[in-house]
Design a protein around this ligand. Structure first.
Ligand code: FAD
Length: 388
């Protein structure tokens, strides 16, 4: 089977690897000129690492060496006082760490296992047409390619999704985010630690060690509109102004970051769908189930999708059966993660957000523990799937 993946983000790259390992012919079409990190850093959790390892045994170890496993979570007020600190026993409980990694390193590791000739850069999909026994995919300048199956892994503003679902723009969650990666040292920044800083006026900040002396910082704030500054210097001025007066190192680390490295984005999601596929076309990752980033699950669940889709295609008698099995396995789980991300994301920006975070730091926070176990214990190899 010839499979075309639209989008060479982390979901598309992981899916290409999973499909190649099952013996499928795969081509990846990416609109960008070069494979560029679209974010600064991200957290990989045991479910995501288990899924990548199921695709390619040993890759989790390579990623762990490239990133920083988080052992300590610290909660602070914007005035600088520490509210709570807890040791993260993720590795001991789930057999994989909570891993912070630079986006570019994750992307390079995922791309390094693919034959370079299957990645077609500067290929922006503008549409497709289903034919009797194939899909014709359109690019600008009249170029077309033919595939047996089309996978839309083209992110939250997916063109493929628009054609099969047609639900227009994502939902703006009422918050803007700024994030960047910077080589920076400060006595308040410790190796293998993540610091969450909260305030009562709908603003939050996170400082995360990603290894090699780099810190990944992310800040977000309630904002009535989702305006993105055209000039990088304006975005930097804006975020510096919002977080002025916060205890160091928040202001200092933003000030030390080159403006061009700061990613300014609205926080968005889309409500869960009942179907992700139509005919020979399906969706994966953010194209299928984008969530607000409160649990750090977007990329992790894209890796779950990657393994599952390849597995269903490998064992099902035909494409229709494979896509049904893929949806039956993935939609219920990602819908739960959507709900939890949306609720937690909303609460984190309310005036009593300090109480919300403090509750979550307590060992007695059972509902969080149960959810965490359900989320992180996921290992696709152990999943029972029905393929008819
Ligand atoms: C502030 C923030 C923090 C986050 N933190 C985390 C985290 O800690 N952990 C985590 O797991 N997730 C996190 N996420 C979510 C994560 O970034 C996404 O879920 C993840 O990138 C989804 O991967 P994807 O491959 O599906 O889509 P994307 O990463 O969006 O990749 C889509 C790719 O498709 C390409 N493309 C788009 N349109 C076309 C087209 N028409 N033709 C060809 N190519 C196209 C794009 O150029 C891009 O390369 C965060 C998100 C945000 C906003």
């Amino acid at each position: 089977m010839n499979i075309a993946i639209i989008g060479g983000g982390v979901g598309g790259l992981a899916t290409a690897n999973a499909l190649l390992r099952k013996g499928f012919k795969v081509q990846v079409y990416e609109r960008a000129k070069v494979l560029r990190p679209i974010g600064a850093g991200l957290s990989l959790t045991p479910n995501g690492l288990n899924s990548l390892n199921a695709v390619q045994p040993g890759i989790a170890q390579t990623l762990i060496k490239a990133g920083s496993p988080i052992h300590t979570l610290i909660l602070k007020r914007s005035t600088g006082e520490t509210i709570a600190s807890k040791s993260m026993e993720i590795m001991q409980r789930y057999g994989q760490p909570m891993l912070m990694i630079q986006w570019s390193k994750l992307q390079a590791i995922l791309a390094s296992v693919l034959p370079p000739e299957i990645i077609h850069l500067q290929h922006r999909c503008v549409g497709f047409e289903e034919q009797d026994d194939s899909v014709k995919i359109y690019f600008p300048d009249g170029k077309t390619v033919q595939a047996d199956l089309l996978i839309g892994a083209d992110g939250i503003n997916s063109v493929v999704r628009q054609r099969i679902i047609g639900d227009e723009f994502p939902n703006y969650a009422g918050r803007m985010s700024w994030r960047a990666l910077v080589r920076y040292s400060h006595k308040q920044l410790s190796p293998n630690a993540t610091t969450v800083i909260t305030s009562s006026n709908g603003q939050n900040s996170m400082l995360m060690d990603v290894g090699d002396g780099y810190t990944f910082w992310g800040t977000s704030a309630l904002s009535a509109d989702d305006y993105v500054n055209r000039r990088a210097t304006d975005a930097k001025t804006h975020v510096l102004k919002i977080f002025a007066g916060w205890a160091e190192p928040v202001g200092a680390i933003i000030a030390a970051t080159p403006a061009a490295d700061i990613v300014e984005r609205p926080i968005c999601d889309r409500p869960p769908l009942d179907r992700w596929s139509k005919g020979r076309v399906t969706l994966l990752g953010d194209a299928a189930h984008p969530v607000v980033p409160s649990l750090g699950q977007g990329a992790n669940t894209a890796f779950e999708d990657a393994y599952e889709l390849a597995e269903c295609l490998a064992v099902a008698p035909n494409i229709e059966a494979a896509l049904n099995a893929y949806e039956n396995s993935r939609i219920p789980r990602t819908a739960i993660i959507y709900d939890r991300s949306a609720t937690q994301g909303y609460k984190a920006y309310q005036p009593d957000s300090e109480n919300t975070f403090t509750e979550m730091m307590k060992p007695s926070f059972r509902s969080q523990d149960d959810f965490e176990a359900w989320l992180y214990r996921y290992n696709p190899i152990a999943q029972k799937r029905k393929v008819y």
